[in-house]
Design a protein around this ligand. Structure first.
Ligand code: ADP
Length: 547
């Protein structure tokens, strides 16, 4: 017997309808790419998104067609997303920080028909134009006054493009499982892989992400998503914020410490989210200027492990609660958040910081398990670590145009490629990427733990730990360090600092000092490149073992 409730497909554009009807007073404040601050409202975003949909429809964009966006977080990008969604096309966010060849590969693989771009990326697209045969038209997110002369095919200023419509258009109606958005993961090995979100998965995920033990978003929040919309579905904030009617502050192209600080305080931002590198810049700026954060209440930090020192400074110096979060492009992207359960309510000081090193517990809609290599489920004791596997309504079941990828298991769990522990209260802690974990004498050493420890040394700016070949132990850890500018340190000094804080057999066998550590387009340490660089590195212990 079926239930007798209405069939109300979970379509993304219903979110902007809701925001426009019930939260018309809230503002969307953006730092425009052209420079000035721009302010609009949800009804206006919706009205202009309808024009985008109408115009795409007139240009022949149909259900399931892919429309690429190469753009910063601004009101125009938001309008474009909802317009694309409302005509049944697929927004395909392209990360402009990728190598140009990778951008071309991704656009060709997705077979995007239209590109919507910020002014910033026009020169990049011009250089790539010959390699992008599927692109029929380029829409530049600006007005006629700022439109550059360009060789791009059928290029038009966004404001002119939508001005040719009257907005008298009804959102298209279709099944909630229809494709809505697309985002490629960085693909540290091989080509990037496309994740294809559905309207249903996005709507459900936006609800999960707004829950009290997720981001706890409400219409009383002023929300600043520093995380770009092109990074892992924009951490779903383009959906969660309008869904609850939060005020939105969008940073445009400027994400340096001073620019973010200005937005945080001018607009009394209460909630913000980004990767650790962004917060490193802000905290450095605050240290220099003596700035304070009187309005900010919560900051979500994820994408890579949030250093303990960062949590401490945010909470103890600036009075801002840190929510450490973990997720992946394949998970829409949120998997877990470290909010405090009653079981841990009494924790303070060092013990609370210890807990907040964990990536936290999942919201409803994410199931987790850890297994060994043979698939056997491992205990939740906070110590045993294994492959972290997940499933849920907003978790990918396949990559776009890739058949039978083994990361998607037959019982529908997705192997995240992360290695983690889970404690008795369900708190997950990532100990490593499975390909980065150091396998020493049949046991695993967490590179993340060692990095977190090394970064605690006052002279260390950045640290990475990789496994290097060893004749006796198979692999042993090598610590690669970038010192803060003007500092000098010795190998012995760093090892002495770490000694006694981890098991003896986890201690790095050697330390090398480098000028720079390579990063991916989403700000993560490129372990592959480091492993390649130190492939033939001979550890002092290896020499001893060979003798
Ligand atoms: P990309 O590599 O394109 O940035 P994702 O954003 O999907 O792709 O990266 C997901 C991966 O980032 C996770 O599998 C995990 O290894 C890492 N990650 C994300 N959040 C955290 C976190 N809080 N702590 C440690 N690692 C994290």
């Amino acid at each position: 017997m079926l239930g007798l409730m209405q069939d109300w497909p979970l379509l993304c554009h219903r979110i902007i309808d809701h925001a426009a009807i019930y939260h018309p007073e809230r503002r969307i404040i953006s730092r425009s790419v052209e420079g000035p601050i721009h302010t609009t409202t949800y009804p206006d975003v919706r009205a202009r998104a309808l024009k985008v949909a109408q115009r795409l429809d007139r240009d022949g964009v149909r259900l399931g067609d892919r429309v690429a966006t190469l753009a910063w977080n601004t009101w125009r990008h938001l309008e474009a997303w909802y317009g694309i969604l409302g005509v049944g096309a697929v927004y395909h966010t392209v990360n402009p920080r990728l190598f140009p060849d990778q951008i071309a590969w991704i656009i060709n693989h997705a077979e995007d028909r239209v590109v919507i771009t910020d002014l910033t990326f026009v020169p990049l697209l011009e250089k790539l134009a010959d390699k992008l045969p599927s692109i029929e038209r380029t829409i530049v997110l600006t007005d006629a006054a700022h439109m550059p002369a360009t060789t791009l095919r059928n290029a038009v200023a966004y404001e002119d493009w939508i001005a040719e419509t009257d907005g008298d258009f009804a959102w298209r109606q279709f099944d909630e499982n229809t494709a809505a958005g697309m985002c490629y993961t960085s693909g540290t090995t091989g080509n990037p892989k496309g994740v294809l979100y559905s309207h249903r998965s996005n709507v459900l995920h936006a609800m999960m992400a707004a829950l009290p033990d997720s981001k706890a978003l409400s219409c009383r929040d002023v929300c600043l998503p520093v995380v770009p919309m092109f990074h892992a579905n924009g951490w779903t904030l383009a959906f969660s914020a309008p869904m609850v009617g939060a005020t939105l502050v969008l940073p445009g192209a400027k994400m340096d410490g001073a620019s973010i600080y200005e937005l945080l305080n001018t607009y009394k931002v209460t909630f913000t989210a980004a990767v650790p590198t962004v917060w490193l810049m802000l905290l450095q700026d605050l240290e220099k200027t003596g700035g304070r954060l009187p309005y900010l209440k919560r900051v979500v930090i994820g994408g890579s492990a949030c250093p303990r020192a960062m949590t401490k400074v945010f909470q103890e110096v600036y009075g801002v609660e840190v929510i450490h979060a973990w997720g992946m492009t394949e998970m829409s992207p949120l998997g877990s958040l470290c909010t405090i359960k009653p079981d841990y309510a009494g924790l303070a000081g060092k013990a609370k910081l210890d807990l907040q090193q964990k990536q936290g517990h999942p919201p409803f809609g994410v199931e987790m398990k850890i297994t060994d290599d043979s698939g056997r489920v491992l205990p939740w004791d906070g110590k045993t670590f294994g492959r972290l596997k997940v499933r849920g309504p907003a978790v990918a079941r396949s990559y776009y145009k890739v058949e039978d990828d083994p990361v998607f298991e037959p019982d529908s769990f997705f192997d995240t490629g992360d290695v983690a522990t889970i404690d008795r209260y369900g708190y997950m802690q990532v100990t490593d990427r499975s390909k980065d974990v150091i396998k020493s004498g049949g046991e695993w050493i967490s590179s993340i733990d060692l990095e977190n420890l090394a970064i605690g040394h006052p002279k260390v700016a950045e640290a990475a730990v990789i496994g290097v070949r060893h004749p006796k132990w198979d692999e042993r850890p090598l610590l690669v360090v970038v010192l803060k500018s003007g500092q000098t340190a010795t190998r012995e000094e760093l090892l002495a600092f770490m000694a006694g804080k981890v098991a003896k057999w986890w201690m790095p066998d050697d330390v090398v000092f480098v000028e720079e550590i390579p990063h991916t387009a989403t700000g993560k340490i490129q372990k592959m490149a480091l492993r390649e660089r130190f492939r033939d590195y001979v550890l002092p212990t290896a020499v001893a073992a060979a003798e």
